[in-house]
Design a protein around this ligand. Sequence first.
Ligand SMILES: [Zn+2]
Length: 103
Amino acid sequence: MVRRPRSAAARPEHVTGPVRTCIGCRARVSNQELLRVVADGEAAVVDQYRRRTGRGVWLHPSPDCLAAAEKRKAFARGLRVSRALDVDGVRQWVARHAQRDRV
Ligand SMILES: [Zn+2]
């Protein structure tokens, strides 16, 4: 039996289209895999339809990446705000999404 190489779909360097950096794990992947997050007043919110203007940051919909991003204050830094942002909305979104899509 011959071992086949891993599918190209699993290799980030083969993705097409815009590539963004996850603010949690710093991986560069297709923006299809990431959530766009924007600042809305005192909160960081998920820009689900990617229609909001202004600065956004990108994050895997994963609790690990969210925790890493929070730890290094990547939301406030990436969104260029001086205060800490409330990320509850993002956390809830990730919790819902992770249950459904976690592989
Ligand atoms: Zn990530």
